[in-house]
Write a protein that binds this ligand. Sequence first.
Ligand SMILES: *Cc1c(COP(=O)(O)O)cnc(C)c1O
Length: 406
Amino acid sequence: MTNKHIPMLDLKSEYLYMKSDIDAAIAACLEHQQWILGPEVREFEEKIAEYIGVKHCIGTSSGTDALVLVLRALAIKTKGEEYFNRNDLIITTPFTFTATGDAILRAGATPLFVDIDPATYNIDLKQIRSCLESFPHGLSPIAHCPFRILGILPVHLYGRSCQMDEIMSIAHEYGLFVVEDCAQAFGTEWQKANGERQKVGSIGTAGCLSFFPSKNLGGFGDAGAITTNDNKLVGLIRMLIKHGGKDKYNVAHIGYNARLDTLHAAILLAKLKYVDEFNIRRQYIVQLYTEGLKDIPGIVLPLASCLSPIPNNSSHVFHQFTLRILNGKRDALQRYLKGSGIDSMIYYPVPLHKMKVFSGRCVLYGGQLVSSEIVVEEVLSLPVEPLYSEDLIIEVVKAIREYYIN
Ligand SMILES: *Cc1c(COP(=O)(O)O)cnc(C)c1O
């Protein structure tokens, strides 16, 4: 036992590292007092649009709200209705944060869960294809309902891009929209077949970003953003974030109060300068882990993990560094690490289709989602705080090796 504690992240150290920039940004807001849609919001939206490589960015109150807003705007744009219907299906993964599937329900639609590829933890392309080909023969809990598949909501889980060329070509073939959940993938690049690189969030119909404090670009509270090249969607979303109208007395839609706060925009602008540097530090930490753990049988490391050459045509910003711990040893390893003062997390212990909110309100492609149900028992995420020293990471490696020796 040691008194040392190694948490997943050390946000206090990150703040101190950027303190002068952040303090100046907050001080500027205190001077101008324009708390709602102040000048920093527009500046942040412009910088994010440029960074991601799209025409438009709209700040939102959270990543979850970004997903709901995009889906609501798509319902209005494509159906002329405020919400989707329960027979409108949106293909997504059950191995994600609840908000992904919840946003589909809140927009009135039904999630159509398709299993993951356990090598990448992302939605399995072959299964999306066979799902679309075989539909409506998939098992359905809602009988006698004329389902229609309207879109795909891929999640770039842990910071690795989904196979976007293939997803876009499937979407094109079937006339589907694509909403990218980029909450864990700020800065991730997808390499197209012709070698050109694009940031995730610039490829689908729209991208949804989260600036939850623990995300790669994290704010001091809840915040999010939407990226898109679709002018019509932008017009609708700008109304929906402020009560549904062009102004307060000219309300056309069922809206929200879902704006990005000026103060959050100011802080995020200050932190944006550091995000590439921090993503590279995360990749370096992952290299240390990979070197230290690669020969342990019973541990499955993520696919090769550096920027160049990029494996699977995707860079990886390692929002999480997630191992699979085989042979039922995951929980015991987690307890052992805890005893050595090392935090680790299980993202995610329950697939969405096993949660009460979704059972009865979702459709499972093929009736069961085998890989998702296996990996929830095996995954373990280790600390990847960008400011951790080499020595600290090596301590984590040592503790894991000790566990396997004993
Ligand atoms: C964090 C997260 C969200 C939600 O973002 P919030 O800003 O917390 O609302 C959505 N999807 C995924 C995959 C996430 O990790």
